[in-house]
Write a protein that binds this ligand. Structure first.
Ligand SMILES: [Zn+2]
Length: 415
C-alpha cells in the first residue's frame, strides 16, 4: 500500500472522535513507568481508563489488537522548526532569503504530516526563521482539521538583539532581512513581546547569544536586565520564555533572567548546570542538530573520529545529567528531516541517558516543562494522544522509529 493511499484511507473526515476503543498492546508506558499486560480504553478524544487487562472492561468498545507493540503517550517534540527543511538540501541563509513564503508554508504542511505519522503528536515549534507569523496559520490549519499534523506550541518570529543574528556576511551598506525580530531596550522589547503574543505566540523565544558580526564565536547578546524585562512581560500574560544559548555566559543570563528552558547549551559548565538545577531551568540539548550539521560540513560519521564539537557536546551533556538538570527532548528538527524526530531520542541514549529516562523526557517531562497538563501521560481524562511502536523502546530505543499506530485526540492517523 503506498503512502498516499494510506493517508486518503485514514485521514479523518471529522475533527472530533466519537468512538470507543480498547487498545491491547503488549505493554503500556504511562509516561513514567512501564506496565506489562496493560490495556487502554479511549472514549471520544480522551483516555477513559488504563490498567491491567482484567480491570478494564471491553464492553461497548472496538478492540484494537496491538500485539507486539508498546503503547506510549503521543511523543512531544521539544524543539522543531516546521518552516525549515534540512540545510544540506538548502542552506539556512537561502531558505530565509530566497524561498517564497508560499513555498515554505507548502513544505511545512508536509512536514507537519510526517511529524504526526512519526508518533509526535505535539511540537514546540521554536521560530519561523524569517517566515513571520506563518506558524500561527499552520497551527490553525491543523486545529481546524484542514491538514494532518501535531498540536503546536508556537513562538512566531523569536527575538534577537539588533545586529546579532543572520543572514550575515553582506555589505554593511545594505539591510538584509533577518531570521527573527530585532528588538532592544525597554520600550521596544515590551512592544515586541506583546506584538508577538497578540499575533499568536504561545511562548517567547529569545537568542541569548549568537555568532555576531564578523566574529566567528558566539557571544552573549541581551543584557540580563533586558532578559528579565522580556520574561516579566511574557509572564504577565501567562507565557514562558525560552532561550537559545550556547555560551556559558549566555546561559547564565538566561537562567538568572528567568527563562524556563535553554536550547542547545553546548558550552555549559558544571557551575552553569548547577545553576540550572538550582533555578529549575530545563535543558533542551538538541544533540541531533549538532550531529547533522557536523555531517553537512563533511564529517563522515562512523568512518572518521568525532569532531571536537561532538566530543565536547558529549562531555557537557553528561555534565548536565550529573548535575540533575531536567532534560527535555528536542532535536531542532528541521535542521534534519521532519519525521526523523526520534533521531534525537536515539542520540540521547547514545550520549548516556537510560532509554526509560529518554521516554520520560519525550512524554511526561516535556509536558510538565511546557505546561501541558492535558497530555504526556496515559491517565484517565487526558487527551487520547497515543502511539504504538513495535517492540520495547525501554530496551531498544530505536524501536521508537518503528511506529505502527498513531492516535491524536482519539482519532487514528495511522492504523
Ligand atoms: Zn532551533
Amino acid at each position: 500500500m503506498n503512502k498516499l493511499y494510506f493517508l486518503l484511507l485514514y485521514f479523518p473526515t471529522t475533527l472530533f472522535a466519537q468512538s470507543t476503543y480498547l487498545l491491547r498492546p503488549d505493554r503500556v508506558f504511562d509516561g513514567e513507568t512501564m506496565h506489562e499486560g496493560w490495556v487502554v480504553r479511549v472514549k471520544d478524544d480522551k483516555i477513559e481508563a488504563a490498567g491491567p487487562a482484567s480491570s478494564v472492561p471491553a464492553t461497548g468498545a472496538e478492540v484494537v489488537d496491538l500485539k507486539g507493540t508498546t503503547l506510549t503517550p503521543g511523543l512531544i517534540e521539544g524543539h522543531s522548526h516546521l518552516l525549515l527543511h534540512p540545510y544540506n538540501e538548502t542552506t539556512w541563509d537561502d531558505q530565509v532569503l530566497k524561498e517564497a513564503r508560499s513555498l515554505r508554508v507548502a513544505r511545512a504542511t508536509v512536514h507537519a504530516q510526517k511529524t504526526l505519522l512519526a508518533g509526535f503528536t505535539t511540537v514546540r515549534d521554536l521560530g519561523t526563521e524569517g517566515a513571520d507569523y506563518d506558524d500561527v496559520g499552520l497551527k490553525q490549519a491543523i486545529n481546524k482539521g484542514i491538514i494532518p499534523g501535531p498540536r503546536m506550541i508556537v513562538v512566531t518570529r523569536a527575538l534577537i538583539a539588533t545586529g546579532s543574528y543572520g543572514p550575515k556576511g553582506f555589505s554593511p551598506d545594505i539591510d538584509v532581512p533577518q531570521g527573527a525580530e530585532e528588538a532592544d531596550g525597554h520600550d521596544a522589547l515590551i512592544q515586541a513581546v506583546r506584538r508577538q503574543i497578540g499575533k499568536g505566540a504561545d511562548a517567547i523565544k529569545i537568542y541569548a547569544d549568537y555568532r555576531w558580526g564578523l566574529m566567528a564565536e558566539a557571544r552573549p547578546t541581551y543584557t540580563i536586565d533586558e532578559i528579565k524585562l522580556i520574561v516579566e512581560v511574557a509572564k504577565s500574560s501567562g507565557r514562558a520564555v525560552v532561550a537559545h544559548a550556547g555560551t556559558a555566559e549566555g546561559m547564565r543570563r538566561a537562567i538568572l533572567g528567568g527563562c524556563e528552558t535553554i536550547e542547545h547549551g553546548d558550552a555549559g559548565t558544571p557551575e552553569i548546570f548547577a545553576l540550572m538545577k538550582q533555578h529549575g531551568t530545563a535543558l533542551c540539548p538538541t544533540l541531533a542538530a549538532g550531529d547533522a550539521t557536523s555531517q553537512y560540513r563533511g564529517w563522515k560519521k562512523g568512518q572518521e573520529p568525532e569532531p571536537e564539537r561532538i566530543k565536547q557536546k558529549r562531555i557537557t551533556f553528561k555534565q548536565s545529567l550529573d548535575a540533575g538538570v531536567t532534560v527535555c527532548a528536542g532535536g531542532d528538527v528541521g535542521v534534519f528531516s521532519h519525521g526523523d524526530n526520534a533521531r534525537e531520542l536515539v542520540m540521547m541514549v547514545e550520549y548516556g541517558m537510560k532509554p526509560i529516562d529518554v521516554l520520560r523526557s519525550a512524554t511526561s517531562i516535556n509536558a510538565d516543562v511546557f505546561h501541558l497538563a492535558d497530555r504526556g501521560r496515559i491517565r484517565p481524562g487526558l487527551l487520547a494522544d497515543l502511539v504504538a511502536v513495535e517492540g520495547d523502546p525501554s530496551k531498544t530505543i530505536t524501536d521508537l522509529q518503528r511506529v505502527r499506530t498513531v492516535l491524536k485526540g482519539g482519532i487514528f492517523y495511522k492504523r
